[in-house]
Design a protein around this ligand. Sequence first.
Ligand code: UD1
Ligand code: MG
Length: 467
Amino acid sequence: MTAKIEAQTSPAQPLSIIILAAGKGTRMRSALPKVLHEVGRRAMLHHVLALAQELEARECVVVIGPGMEEVAASARAYHPRVIIALQERQLGTGDAVRAALPVLGATDADILILFGDTPLISAKAIAQLRHARAGSAAIGVIGFRPADPGRYGRLVTRPENGALVLERIVEFAEASAEEREIGLCNSGIFLIEAGRAAELLSQITNANSKGEYYLTDIVEIALRQGLRTIAVEADVHEVLGVNSRADLAAAEAAFQARARVAALESGATLIAPDTVYFSADTSIESDVHIGPHVVFGPGVRVASGARIEAFSHIEGARIDAGARIGPFARLRSGAQIGAGVHVGNFVEVKNSALRAGAKANHLAYIGDADIGANANIGAGTITCNYDGFGKFETKIGAGAFIGSNSSLVAPVEIGAGAYVGSGSVITQSVPNDALAIGRGKQEIREGWAARFRERKMRETARKKGKE
Ligand code: UD1
Ligand code: MG
């Protein structure tokens, strides 16, 4: 959701952000790099970049591996000022941070490390971390308590004057049975005091069971130097780390739960919230009514007072005030639904504007069309916009009436106030206020059916007599 999350404090201390995105993510079993997998129809990496922007980071470095141009391009597409750093070999999270430090140079900014596979962390949680670290510790780490701590790293802590002093982070692979009992886990999100990162990271080794350079080791290194390190706790749903498809599904569920609450809080009615699916950029104004089983893909804005009825699938659409969509409607990219428009069951709209008050109540395909205000599109109307090679436009003037089951073969224009007779195939433009009929002429043959029946019955009787 676009609902702004207010940062609690905005300390004057500047911030540089490093996003780790170079991991292979082999457990995803995917051709797509892990951080480009989507939560709420937005790449996980873009969630984290959105946070970096919200935090007004001075610099934002994304660490990628060789051959991950797709990730670099995706990061730059989100924000052209993102700096890309290359981690030559995926030797662990500590090594990845080391790959980013040279591009930051000697900086007077605190360094915030975010993981590209941990997309749901809020600005508020980061503000709490900054607040807790400021002036009191060299390193702050966000911890959380999942129902099942699984293979997360564990935080070894002790309480001290209301704060949680962090003594060590132990990776699951290294943890003793006793340490695995610890419920407080490492989210991977670190805040390091300005000027300290390079020195701390220079001391990590790969002397562990995985042979990796663990970022988590800097906690013990700092402690040995007499520095203080602290942990703060965040909501478990914000720090789910995605290493597998099951984790991705769990992150999606957490995202949807949050988006549903945000929609309700912004004044929308959701009859069955658990059945409605949002995208990260869905924008819903107050007094929008959303029925059960509605799916919002990316790029949807719904204005106040609109009704989205059950089982509608909507993406890339702008829905203006008081419009009625569905049940069972499909709006695709470029659908612009004007104020008070009705789009009914089994109507598909793509790259088309329906101006205020227009109606397409049943069974229609409207593609590459401009439908004038208060026009009526009858059941079964098809804009034939594609000839197998190109796409063509249909224009329908204000107040026009398209009779049921008509095919409008684009490019074609129907004038304002014109009528199209039911069942027409319209290949030529229709002037304003004219009637166009393009169908086979009806013929009446009096008594034909009775004569036909009589003949058939006689033939049947003859056949039976011969048997
Ligand atoms: C890591 C933490 C673990 C924590 C968990 C939270 C370490 C050593 N472990 O484990 O304590 O509980 O996250 O989700 O830090 N990456 C690189 N280069 C690498 C390796 C990883 O850029 O060489 C990136 C990955 O793309 C990913 C992030 O760093 O975005 C975390 O790496 P991942 O392999 O997922 O670590 P976890 O095993 O989840
Ligand atoms: Mg991970």
